[in-house]
Design a protein around this ligand. Structure first.
Ligand SMILES: C[S@@+](CC[C@H](N)C(=O)[O-])C[C@H]1O[C@@H](n2cnc3c(N)ncnc32)[C@H](O)[C@@H]1O
Length: 244
């Protein structure tokens, strides 16, 4: 387990604006159904109610737009989403159930029409889940617009760091992929430097179009929209987990 987990603070915020009534009910009544309990035993083989041969993880899913979009397109793939920000978790639950803020709550809350039961949520620091994930168990990890912590004195807080890359390399299958998007001028070269130093990751880009343009299966995120509106251009890096 990374040593800084023992530090008393978390680098980010866990709550934001007051979560509205419908979303509070979703947190109370629906989240337990799809939540990965950090204190309970956890078996990837039985996590989903149906057999899945492909499992993807999204770290810091924010409002869950990308995760919900991917899961809708690929009902046969299992998705694990990790997010510490409660309002983001509530928003993902709203996307999964189709229940919006201010809506009348049905007697029993279920998945929205047409949705497979293929999302599981870890509503805490992903680093707590790493230890429970077996070696070579995931096909893809998404890390989309991680907090850039641009000040030099905050560089140790950046998620892309040797400790986390070691864990990501361990849990990804050989040939699995790590997709990282960022819009920050300091984080772009930082990501490439960190990944280049790691012996088990290979940048897959063949030309600049491969990292300048979103991948074909891309789903836009809230943070990405914000970046574009403010004139920052995102990049989309994809790294393959290779043998040592
Ligand atoms: C800048 S936001 C991007 C959100 C989303 N991916 C998007 O593109 O809209 C980064 C998110 O990562 C989450 N986060 C940061 N560190 C995390 C961790 N260790 N475990 C889980 N979530 C984390 C934050 O709470 C925040 O919501």
């Amino acid at each position: 387990m990374p040593s800084d987990l023992n530090k008393p603070h978390f680098f980010g915020r866990r709550t934001g604006r007051r979560i509205r009534k419908a979303k509070t009910s979703l947190m109370e009544k629906f989240l337990p159904r799809v939540k990965i309990d950090k204190d309970a035993d956890f078996d990837l083989n039985t996590l989903f109610n149906f057999p899945v041969s492909t499992i993807c993880l999204e770290i810091g899913f924010g409002g869950g737009e990308h995760l919900a979009g991917q899961a809708l397109r690929h009902p046969d793939i299992g998705y694990i989403g990790a997010e510490v920000f409660k309002n983001g978790v509530a928003n993902l639950l709203s996307l999964m159930t189709g229940i919006k803020t201010g809506a009348e709550l049905p007697e029993t809350i279920g998945l929205a029409n047409g949705r497979a039961d293929n999302i599981r949520i870890f509503d805490d620091d992903i680093r707590l889940l790493f230890a429970k994930l077996p070696d070579k168990s995931l096909d893809r990890v998404y890390l989309l617009f991680p907090d850039p912590w641009p000040k030099k004195r905050h560089a140790a807080r950046r998620f892309v760091n040797p400790d986390n890359l070691r864990e990501l390399a361990r849990i990804l299958k050989i040939g699995g992929t790590l997709r990282i998007a960022t819009d920050h001028p300091i984080y772009k070269p930082w990501v490439l430097r960190q990944l280049a130093r790691h012996p088990n990751f290979k940048w897959t880009a063949k030309s600049s179009a491969d990292w300048r343009n979103p991948p074909a299966d891309w789903v836009e995120t809230k943070y990405q929209r914000k970046a574009l509106a403010e004139g920052r251009r995102p990049v989309f890096f994809e790294f393959e987990r290779t043998e040592a």
